[in-house]
Design a protein around this ligand. Structure first.
Ligand code: NAD
Length: 291
């Protein structure tokens, strides 16, 4: 079997077109969507993510505000900026790029963002709402994965889904979304015994581990849909310097029914869902103010 490729780039372009239309309609009603992004420190990967988010906003007709702080900034300074942005009616989304320097209490920072503007979906109240299947801002990466799964037409209700990884930003919300969609979900992690026993039963397999080419074809059920969330930079071997996922694409593609590539899979969908959450927030604000 040779798997069908799930093209995240093409899907992201299509969804971004729809988002741009909604953003233009909002702007015409006097409510231009606006995302504020805070970058603290000089982590090169974080700087790239922030640059891509700001560029994504610009293309979609979403205004962006960017605030950069040095790594040694006092937490009070950032907290004061968050309070100011929370109170600003022209700002619809607020995002603090993670990870944060050690002087910060990450949970306290995330909870200082207004629930209504928490477009990353990391505030404890949004996490709680998601777990209760109530309206919430859904974390962007697992939300993008759901859109990709929907695009394949694979039935989620009743499917066996296995998520590898239990982080707050990918694995746990992913498991919640799949559960809400009616899948029978198993969450595997670093303490899981016999990982392959679980993965070989999966109709839908989501890998969010952070280990290059960790999931091989031998671990995959024939015909499964395989979603590779991992983004890893190879440091040695013939492909040194290249990006790769958590799935060994070549062996997995021989067994899976459908698979996402890296790059060009989940990555482009993540920023797309951030843009969508910002537009959703602006639409809610417009409704509240009767625009
Ligand atoms: P994390 O380090 O917070 O979590 C990794 C998870 O993998 C942990 O829950 C851990 O228990 C599990 N794990 C580690 N070793 C394991 C093993 N041997 N067997 C089973 N489970 C194991 O990482 P994260 O933030 O969830 O990110 C995971 C990957 O996804 C990374 O490569 C990251 O770069 C990538 N990522 C991509 C996007 C995107 O937009 N595509 C967004 C976020 C994260």
């Amino acid at each position: 079997m040779t798997a069908r490729i799930i093209d995240g780039k093409a899907l992201a372009e299509q969804v971004r077109g729809e988002i741009a239309t909604r953003a233009a309609a909002l702007a015409a009603r006097g409510e231009q969507p606006c995302l504020a992004v805070l970058l603290i420190g000089a982590d090169p990967a974080s700087a790239v993510y922030v640059r891509n988010k700001v560029a994504g906003c610009e293309k979609a007709g979403i205004r962006s505000l960017r605030f950069d702080y040095s790594a040694d900034v006092a937490p009070d300074v950032v907290m004061a900026k968050l309070a100011e942005l929370n109170a600003d009616p022209a700002v619809h989304g607020i995002l603090v790029q993670l990870p944060l320097p050690p002087q910060f209490d990450e949970a306290a920072v995330l909870e200082a963002i207004s629930v209504e503007k928490d477009v990353d979906g990391f505030h404890a109240e949004n996490v709680g709402r998601l777990s209760q299947n109530q309206e919430a801002f859904i974390p962007c990466t697992p939300h993008g994965v759901m859109k990709m799964l929907e695009s394949t037409g694979v039935p989620l209700a009743g499917a066996e889904a296995v998520v590898i990884g239990r982080s707050n930003i990918v694995g746990k919300p992913m498991a919640m979304l799949l559960t809400n969609a009616g899948a029978t979900v198993t969450v595997c992690h670093s303490k899981t015994r016999d990982l392959a026993f679980h993965t070989r039963r999966a109709d839908i397999l989501v890998a969010a581990v952070g280990k290059p080419r960790f999931v091989t074809g031998a671990m995959i059920k024939p015909g499964a849909v395989v979603i590779d969330v991992g983004i890893n930079r190879l440091t040695d071997g013939p492909d040194a310097g290249k990006l790769c996922g958590d799935v060994d694409f070549d062996s997995a593609a021989q067994v899976a029914g459908a698979i996402t590539p890296v790059p060009g899979g989940v990555g482009p969908m993540t920023i797309t869902m951030l843009l969508e959450n910002t537009v959703i927030s602006a639409e809610r604000a417009a409704r509240r103010s009767g625009r």
